[in-house]
Design a protein around this ligand. Structure first.
Ligand code: G
Ligand code: G
Ligand code: NA
Length: 257
């Protein structure tokens, strides 16, 4: 049982840490195909007694409390600082952070993201914020306002877990987003299931028609990577490319790519 008080202490005492999972360009990109695009920051809780706790155990608890505000600001601050450091290893490398539904209802959030970018001297376009369709649908009018304010900063926005929600392409077209992340369940099923493959192909085609970049997550095999590359998918992420790992490993990965 996770107590809210314990999470508050964890934040105050610095018990959270970020692991970074790499993303590569599958088609084109500044350094050509295969080059690093950036990382997704995934939070872990290094609990003093219980060891490393994965995010699906504590994020849902944080999300229903007011802690979500200072928590996400901490993640953004750490991720932006880290991305600024990584520029020395690979100029232009980006960083993505997961944002929760309640962050999109907070009018202060865009200004605070802007402060973090200025504090660490990071170009806004190198920060990507991942939001789910359901986070937007919780209160579409207010979420849209926040997304527009974030977009005006120059931050990149992507729709996470795309395909699992209810949003139509017609609706997506009205959002100020730059990219779609195709949900892992579609990507995992691609190699064996021709229907799944057809779904992924049409998501990629429709996204490109709307001028959106497509990121495939959950790539676990060379075969899946090759299929996605052949379909024109822009960016790939998954265990086949790299596991989430600490910043020092991310630096090593960048030097090797
Ligand atoms: O790292 P892992 O694949 O176990 O992450 C599980 C889930 O937790 C993913 O859906 C991921 O988006 C989410 N998650 C990880 N870190 C964060 C975070 O800092 N903030 C939010 N809101 N979600 C996160
Ligand atoms: O979209 P979301 O933020 O939920 O996705 C991140 C989650 O997916 C994290 O828990 C991460 O560890 C996990 N993940 C990343 N790559 C892969 C993969 O190739 N296969 C599987 N099964 N999970 C992955
Ligand atoms: Na994500």
């Amino acid at each position: 049982l996770l107590l809210r008080g314990e999470l508050r202490t964890a934040l105050a005492q610095g018990q959270f840490l970020l692991h970074l999972q790499p993303k590569i360009f599958l088609n084109g990109g500044p350094g050509g195909s295969g080059g690093p695009m950036g990382f997704e920051a995934l939070t872990r809780w290094a609990h003093p007694e219980r060891g490393m706790i994965p995010p699906d155990r504590f994020i849902p608890v944080i999300e229903v409390s007011d802690l979500i505000h200072p928590f996400t600001l901490w993640v953004v601050d750490q991720a932006v600082a880290c991305c600024a450091r990584l520029q020395a290893v690979h100029p232009g490398v980006g960083m993505a952070v997961n944002v929760s539904a309640r962050n999109l209802l907070d009018g202060h959030f865009p200004g605070q993201v802007g402060d973090a970018l200025r504090r660490h001297g990071l170009a806004p376009a190198l920060l990507e914020l991942e939001v789910t369709e359901s986070a937007i649908m919780a209160d579409p009018a207010r979420a849209l306002e926040t997304l527009h304010a974030l977009s005006a900063l120059g931050v990149r926005l992507s729709i996470d877990d795309f395909g699992t929600g209810y949003s139509s392409f017609a609706y997506l077209n009205r959002l100020p987003v730059n990219a779609l992340k195709i949900d892992q369940s579609f990507v995992a099923g691609m190699a064996a299931d021709t229907d799944m493959r057809a779904i992924v192909r049409s998501i990629i085609e429709m996204s490109h028609t709307l001028g959106l970049m497509v990121i495939a997550e959950g790539i676990e095999t060379q075969e899946t990577l090759d299929l996605l590359r052949g379909m024109g998918c822009d960016v790939g992420q998954g265990y086949f490319i790299g596991y989430p790992a600490p910043e020092s490993s991310a630096e090593d990965w960048l030097r090797d790519h």
